[in-house]
Structures are given as structure tokens and as C-alpha cells.
Design a binder for this molecule. Sequence first.
Ligand code: DGY
Length: 315
Amino acid sequence: MYNVLVTKKLPGNWIDYLKKECNVMLWEDIYPPSKEWILQNIEDKDGALITLTEKIDKEIIDHAKKLKVISTYSVGYDHIDVKYARSKGIIVTYTPEVLTDATADLIFGLLISVARRVCEGDSLIRKGEWKTPWYPTFMLGTEVYGKTLGIIGMGRIGKALVKRAKGFDMKVIYNSRRKHEDIDAEYVDLDYLLENSDYVVIAVDLNESTYHMMNEDKLRRMKKSAFLINASRGQVIDEKALIKALQEGWIRGVGLDVFEREPLPKDSPLLKLNNVVLTPHLGSATIETRDKMAEIAVKNLLLALKGDKPIYEVR
Ligand code: DGY
């Protein structure tokens, strides 16, 4: 039997599946365990199955004397010092692909919601403020159909967005580390993308080069009529600059699923703005996807523990 640490309960029967071959030490709460708890319990573990709320840094890795694998229940792995883990011979695995479509759907949901003022309208009705019968200039939004979508980052999620955009007859332009031949979209440089898109969607990983990539200068380049959508990581946008951009009208609106601090603090100025649609990090949050993520995370862990090739390893 392998000794493993699991930092969250998982959907389905995947923890029981793991228990057939492992002694599982499970953190049962929905709040993340403290760093101290991880430090106290990781020393004799062969494997760890974690989520994006557990930061696995050098100190934890140094404590994990027997650790062979860190399996994260997420596509993002910015919460793990992957380079250091790998230098210690620890395999890091993740759960891409299975969440691509769910995340792309949510991004489109945010895009349509902010453009067509869906949440604003919903909240107006709930507050009892829908007082006038239909009239031609009431709550006008912006069209999605036929507009230009600029995608920053062309990985799996970027490509899933291209497919969806085609259904809306959108022109798609993109910027990424390299050109992609297999998509119906035009490669452009980042500034051109920002200056010419009606909708800008961020679909990059968080790393040193993407931290605060949407800063004041980049936000000022966007059209005043444009919308920004982010469901990757909050730290890709300089949130202070974004708030200024929204307050001063440099852009028309924003759809956000991720934030620099999560949960979003109650005093965030974002909460006071109408041209903002907010969701609490729900990109992959469907019953089907979260179950598949559990299957992949558990199987990745077991395969790596047995010395076999995991389904998805971070390289
Ligand atoms: C991830 O997987 O990295 C998402 O942020 C949550 O599913």
C-alpha cells in the first residue's frame, strides 16, 4: 500500500478507488488545509493529490522526503514549484483536456452576459426596479454576432473558443507564443489584437511572463467599446489597473471568473460596477467535468506511484 495525502474530498467514488491501493490521509474540510498541516503530514507520503488552493513550495517539497508524485486536480499548476519538484525527482501531473469545453462554455457565457447585460437585467428585476413596459432604448447591450474576438493564448481552451466563435460568425484574431496552422483564426501581435478586438479573451497560463500582462498600458490599448474576459488566473490582470479602466471608461466591460485574491474581498470596487459580470472560479465547475478531473487526478497519481507513465505529466 502507498501512503498518500489528499487535500480535498473529490466527487464520485474516486477516493474509495484510491483506497484500494493506498492509505489515504484526507483533509475533509472545504477550506484548504494550512501549510503547517501539509508540512506535518507530507514527510512519510509517497504521493499527494492536491488542488489549486494548496501552494506547494520549496519548503514543503524539502519536507516530502519520500514523495514520488504530486497530482494536481487542475489544469493550472502555478501553485506548484514544478521546477524544484522535478529537480528532486518528483513527478507533477495535472488534468488538462477534460475541462477544456466546460471552461470555453463558461467564457462564452461571461462574454454574452456582459455584452447583453444579462446579470444587470436579472438584478434589476430582483430589486423590483423593472417598472416600465418595453420601450426601444431600454437596457441596450452590444452584439456578439459578427464581431471580432481576440484570443490571447492558443492552447486547448483558445482552440475551443475559436470553434464557438465560428458559430457566432465572429472574426477571430489571436496572439500566442507560436502560430497555429490548424485553426481558422489570424495570428497578430498583442498590441494589434488589443486595438482591434471587440472582445478580448485571456486564455494563457499564469507564469512569470504572463503575471500582470494586462497592465495599464495594455488596457489603454483596448477599444473603449471593447470587453475583456478572463477565466484563466486573476494574476494575469493587474486588477487595480482594471478597476481604474472600468471606472474611467477605457473599456466597456469585463467578465471575470478569476481574481487576484479569491474569494474576492467584500470591499472590492469591482462589486460596485454595473459593467462587470463576476463568477466565483467556475470555469470547470460542471458535474461531468469535475468527475472526469477526479478520475484523471487519481489515475495520474496511481500510475506515477507504480512507476508507469501518468496520463498527463507537467513537463
Ligand atoms: C484549473 O483547473 O486550473 C481551474 O482553474 C479549475 O478547474
